[in-house]
Design a protein around this ligand. Structure first.
Ligand code: TRP
Ligand code: SF4
Length: 328
């Protein structure tokens, strides 16, 4: 039997890149083999920061679902759905908001950080403050046992646990207390050496063709101290080497790349060539699948509708239990 229920969501930021692949999707793909999985596109959560610019949201959802399918999320194994299609989440969010003290939300470190960082947006909204309450509702409505998230989401998960405990204390044991499944993921640098991110323009996308991948890796930033071919380099400070850690087998890294770099035995272009030899066979099947999927655009709608029907069963049941417990 299944080891329990897993739930996770991703905000629709558009096309997905290697950061998403190794930070989440690869892990989701493994989890779907052993757990009852619910994965969703968190479009309401996107609104908390993008409320003023919603024109692209449909397209972003579509691109993201195509990337998820191409990366191996299998609708026959996992339930894949769109958050805003499940109004049950919104109803539970409203009910949970009644029992969530505002100071719990105000002292959330991710909230404070983001509000300071995203200075171009006015994030003094009720919806942005309530972000973790909506997230708690996403999780608790499926009575999820495990929630795979990155470290930045852990404070939100802790809040979801506190809200669930408070609910159970007030109305009886209805909600399951979810556990964070902290995803151990490698550092994924972008082509400029900074963290891979759409907003930095340094990302390699799952939808990039092999030619595009090559064109992005070739000029990628290396150890800045290695200026000439004959200068020895230091892989420990080179973002290309961080990608080798993901794609290149350890034996080859230890015997060819690392010593070759330190002794100037290999040049950076050779080094990137080796990287591409290992990278392209991983990315090519994803790219091919994505090209195929894009030929039948109705697939996104079909997958999400099917996911909606399956998710609704569970969400509807929990909501009924919640309302009964609350005498509503
Ligand atoms: N906040 C998550 C993120 O930005 C997305 C998300 C929304 C989520 N609801 C969730 C993740 C519920 C896990 C569980 O990555
Ligand atoms: Fe980086 Fe490879 Fe060049 Fe060394 S040889 S600096 S690891 S790209």
């Amino acid at each position: 039997m299944s080891k329990g229920r897993v739930l996770s969501g991703m905000r629709p930021t558009g096309r997905l890149h290697l950061g998403h692949l190794f930070g989440a999707l690869d892990n989701w793909r493994r989890l779907q083999e052993a757990y009852e999985c619910y994965f969703f596109v968190a479009d309401w959560h996107a609104l908390t920061t993008e409320y003023a610019e919603t024109k692209g949201i449909r397209e972003n959802i579509r691109e993201m679902v195509l990337d998820m399918l191409a990366a191996g999320i299998d609708p026959a194994k996992a339930t894949l759905f769109l958050q805003s299609r499940l109004h049950e989440h919104a109803e539970l969010y409203l009910l949970l908001s009644m029992i969530t003290p505002v100071p719990w939300l105000e002292r959330n470190p991710t909230y404070k950080e983001q509000q300071q960082e995203l200075t171009t947006k006015d994030l003094s909204t009720y919806g942005f403050l309530g972000y973790p309450v909506l997230m708690a509702s996403d999780i608790l409505i499926y009575k999820a046992d495990h929630v795979p998230v990155g470290i930045d989401q852990v404070p939100h998960l802790e809040l979801a646990r506190e809200i669930a405990r408070r609910f159970n204390y007030l109305y009886g044991e209805v909600l399951a207390i979810p556990e964070a499944l902290l995803t151990e993921f490698p550092k994924v640098p972008g082509t400029d050496g900074r963290k891979m991110s759409k907003s930095y323009g340094n990302a390699v996308y799952l939808s990039d063709s092999p030619e595009q991948v090559i064109a992005k890796i070739r000029p990628m930033v290396t150890d800045p101290a290695r200026v000439r071919r004959r200068d020895p380099g230091n892989p420990d400070v080179c973002p290309v080497f961080d990608l080798h850690k993901i794609f290149t087998p350890k034996a080859e890294r230890d015997t060819v790349i690392d010593p070759g770099c330190r002794t100037a035995g290999i040049g950076c272009l050779d080094c990137k060539g080796v990287l591409l030899q290992h990278m392209l066979p991983v990315l090519q099947p994803i790219y091919d699948r994505r090209q195929d999927l894009a030929k039948s655009p109705e697939i996104v709608q079909e997958v999400l509708e099917d996911g909606w029907a399956r998710a609704k069963k569970v969400a509807g049941e929990t909501l009924l239990e919640v309302k009964t417990a609350m005498h509503m």
